[in-house]
Design a protein around this ligand. Structure first.
Ligand code: FPP
Length: 243
């Protein structure tokens, strides 16, 4: 697991290189206020923007947000549309991130998304590809099992066509066929809202990840909560990682 040491949070804090965030609890946040669920997603999207910026400020190199899973299509059409609309709105806004030298990438199966959305995603990735202050990854129509299946199919095609032999199949080869390709493994996964599971998020990449759970609902998750997660990660490493 590779990490960088940064001074922003304090002298000896070890900042994880790659953080994954499961943006959970939007629906409950809205319900608690007697609002439709889509209002929770709207607040959650604001939190996403603030937390992405703070991640860069504290020296995180890669941050992946789980915005829509391969299972989320099962939700009512109205809710799915609300999430997709928010995503499109933020895709336009994500251009602001580029002024901050942030590279934007998407992981997941795009083929099921609206073609206009797919085009915007491609343009954002292309236009930000040389930015290097931080890589912001959005998981849209993403599922870890779907990702591994997709990788296995690619490799099987190459074996069938004779480009590869079965003995060429290594962990590295599988890694290189995932949506995340050259993105390093995730070091820390944060899940708010009290649930303690991975829900098909980065299942290959999380083999050695640390987990941080909190009861706070995603729309209420603030910069201080991210700091707390990073400090907890750093303490775990101090206890177990040294010689
Ligand atoms: C999980 O909360 C959240 C989602 C399935 C959608 C997350 C989407 C956004 C934050 C907005 C769109 C994304 C971007 C990047 C602009 P939940 O609905 O499962 O909450 P619950 O468990 O309380 O019902």
């Amino acid at each position: 697991m590779s990490k960088v040491t940064q001074g922003v949070l304090g002298e000896d804090i070890i900042v994880p290189k790659h953080v994954g965030v499961i943006m959970d609890g939007n629906g409950r946040w809205a319900k608690k206020r007697g609002l439709p669920r889509k209002f929770g997603h709207r607040e959650g999207a604001k939190t996403f923007r603030a937390i992405a910026r703070h991640a860069k400020a504290i020296g995180i190199s890669y941050i992946t947000f789980y915005a829509f899973s391969t299972e989320n299509w099962k939700r009512p059409k109205d809710e799915v549309n609300a999430i997709m609309d928010l995503f499109e709105k933020y895709l336009d806004e994500v251009r602001d991130f580029m002024d901050e030298n942030i590279r934007v990438r998407f992981i997941g199966d795009r083929s099921m998304l609206n073609p206009r959305l797919q085009e915007k995603m491609k343009n954002v990735e292309e236009d930000s590809k040389d930015f290097d202050a931080m890589t912001l990854i959005l998981a849209i129509n993403y599922g870890g099992r779907d990702e591994i299946t997709h990788a296995v199919k690619n490799i099987a095609d190459e074996v069938a066509s004779g480009k590869l032999s079965p003995s060429d199949v290594t962990e590295n080869l599988i890694q290189n066929n995932l949506y995340t390709e050259e993105i390093p493994d995730v070091d820390l996964i944060i899940r708010p809202s009290g649930e303690q599971r991975l829900s098909n998020f980065l299942i290959w990449q999380a083999a050695y990840a640390e987990y941080y759970f909190t009861n706070i609902l995603w729309p209420d998750f603030g910069k201080k909560d991210l700091d707390k997660a990073i400090i907890t990660f750093s303490e775990r490493n101090r206890r177990f990682g040294g010689i």
